[in-house]
Design a protein around this ligand. Structure first.
Ligand code: FE2
Length: 246
């Protein structure tokens, strides 16, 4: 979107800035930012550059950007968006690519599965947080659940190949995802699986077809300690998203 343009009647640039501004003002200690995809509605280099500059202007910190179904990976790379894994104390945040450019179905390639296994096997006592764009579980809305990552069972088989698994230690301490535009706080096989609210409009939970609600924009604050803890931050920025026609 160009600056000032509305998407479903919401100024997405303004709502992103408001969320970033409020979190900064909250004095919450932030060490890094993870953007879980769908970073642009018009996936062009200049829009991604503006996104990068916007985040940096509030949090000049390590940033990890991952592509969603509305993104175009080559344009993200042309804009030099940072996409390397993040290392924060005893934690590493790595991402699995579940997207296809401008297409919704979600799939993780054999190459990415191999990368996950390598990350798990080399973690050696450190903790891993895995970020994806698409959900790894059903969120309860059939129209969204069609786009759950297809290879979820195989990914969790890999999680259980942690070298320290015999002593009950799993390197993977959590998964986070975007796409669902809502707070999801669940788990699979005892591992937290957390969905992040959108920094613009929110999808109405538990609906059979696409629907929005007026919940305010937000983000998820992650605390990486002995275990993964988190909370959702909701902005004071009121939005009234609307679909003009379907
Ligand atoms: Fe998405």
């Amino acid at each position: 979107m160009q600056k000032g343009q509305l998407l479903l009647e919401v100024d997405t640039q303004a709502s992103l800035e408001r969320v970033l501004c409020e979190v900064r003002q909250s004095k919450t200690k932030i060490d890094a930012v993870v953007a879980t995809g769908d970073l642009a509605h018009s996936p062009k280099k200049d829009i991604y550059e503006r996104f990068f500059e916007t985040v940096k202007s509030y949090f000049d910190l390590p940033l990890l950007c991952i592509p969603g179904n509305h993104d175009v990976l080559s344009e993200m790379k042309r804009a030099c968006l940072p996409m390397d894994p993040l290392n924060i104390d005893a934690w590493s945040i790595v991402w699995l690519d579940s997207h296809q450019d401008e297409s919704t179905p979600a799939s993780v390639s054999a190459t990415d599965e191999a990368f996950l296994l390598e990350s798990i096997e080399s973690a050696k006592g450190s903790s891993l947080l895995i970020a994806t764009h698409h959900p790894l579980l059903d969120v309860g809305s059939p129209w969204l659940d069609k786009h759950k990552i297809r290879e979820v069972d195989r990914l969790f088989e890999l999680v259980n190949k942690s070298p320290d698994i015999q002593s009950g230690f799993k390197s993977v301490k959590g998964f986070i995802f975007g796409h669902a535009h809502q707070d999801v706080d669940s788990s699979v096989q005892g591992i937290p699986v957390l969905g992040c609210p959108s920094t613009c409009f929110q999808f109405r939970p538990y609906t059979s077809t696409f629907a929005l609600n007026s919940e305010t924009p937000g983000c998820r604050i992650l605390r990486l300690g002995n275990k993964l803890e988190s909370e959702v931050y909701r902005s004071n920025f009121a939005v009234q998203p609307m679909v003009k026609s379907l």
